[in-house]
Design a protein around this ligand. Structure first.
Ligand SMILES: [Zn+2]
Length: 326
């Protein structure tokens, strides 16, 4: 359930909202801000449910199971609207439509109306101005929940109309501990170094891109013991044939895994108890490879990944650079 996850992953957010719900002191507008993957949208949905649910728990949170809760979740609750800037920017017309719809009294028996603005920083300036007017005249029984990754891309006047609530990225250790309860130890370790929330780790684990990257990661170390050059060539041949899967995403996972390994080698220790992984580290130790230089090359490659159109070329360059410092 979302509320259990929220309590575990964002305890301060949980406490803040629970207090407001229990004492009936909810702000008219909240601004949830924090990095991607910290559960802001799930939490916004939970808060909306908690406004209308008749079966709230002792902390004031919704049951997440009743008919009202399900309709909020499926976005079929007439008095809830979502403006979503995650794919396309939010236009002024959408805000005006929302204003019109919410001008009348509520359609549902609860009388509560709520709107969520996802990725609020992706609204056009005109849309933000209209939204500002809307926020300035809060109606009784109407709540707004704005979500943003970067506060500095929102108008200060918008921020000042909302109560900001910060979502923090989970620590690596906390992520690893969470992931280990659901996933094999090594996967949990690698994923906790790349994604910072439980759902994100689970989704990644189930993706074909991650699974192929994991296969490559293991093949790569095996081949590397034979010959570093062959390993690099193997990567080029096997890795980036991305007809079915998303080659760039797969490459990103592979690079991240490899970076985690190099970081552990540089540090000389690891949190991961997986026997195979510890053997992998041992087999590298004392080889004197330039892990630091390789790490930098991988970092640069990862940064170029979304800018570069040609994956094979990028991979080629990376391998050439890695050979150069070998
Ligand atoms: Zn409910």
């Amino acid at each position: 359930m979302v509320k259990e996850q929220l309590a575990k992953e964002q305890p301060i957010v949980y406490q803040t909202l629970a207090h407001a719900l229990k004492t009936n002191k909810l702000a008219h507008a909240y601004l949830f801000h924090g990095p991607k993957g910290t559960g802001k949208l799930d939490c916004a949905c939970l808060l909306a449910q908690s406004l209308v649910c008749a079966h709230r728990d002792s902390d004031g949170f919704a049951c997440e199971q009743c008919e009202e809760c399900m309709r909020i979740k499926n976005q079929s609750f007439a008095d809830m609207r979502v403006l979503d800037g995650s794919q396309e920017s939010i236009k002024k017309e959408e805000v005006l439509k929302l204003q019109q719809a919410f001008h009348k009294t509520g359609l549902e028996h609860t009388g509560k109306r709520v709107y969520i603005v996802n990725c609020a920083e992706h609204a056009t300036p005109e849309a933000l101005n209209s939204l500002l007017k809307f926020l300035e005249e809060p109606a009784e029984d109407m709540n707004a929940i704005l979500l943003a990754e970067q506060l500095d891309r929102l108008l200060p006047t918008i921020i000042s109309r909302c109560q900001p609530i910060r979502f923090r990225p989970l620590s690596r250790e906390a992520c690893f501990a969470l992931a280990k309860t659901q996933l094999p130890c090594l996967d949990a370790y690698l994923l906790s170094g790349m994604v910072h929330n439980q759902k994100g780790m689970q989704d990644a684990y189930e993706s074909e891109e991650y699974q192929h990257a994991f296969y490559l990661f293991q093949q790569f170390q095996g081949a590397f013991r034979q010959s570093p050059y062959d390993a690099l060539a193997m990567l080029l041949k096997e890795g980036m044939d991305g007809k079915k899967r998303d080659g760039k995403q797969c490459m990103r996972y592979f690079l991240e895994m490899q970076m985690i390994l190099y970081k552990d080698l540089i540090q000389g220790s690891t949190l991961c108890e997986d026997h195979g992984y510890q053997q992998m580290l041992q087999s590298y130790q004392g080889c004197g490879y330039p892990y630091g230089a390789w790490l930098e090359i991988l970092l640069e490659t990862r940064d170029k990944l979304w800018k570069s159109v040609n994956l094979t070329l990028l991979c080629d360059q990376m391998i050439a650079l890695m050979k150069e410092v070998l």
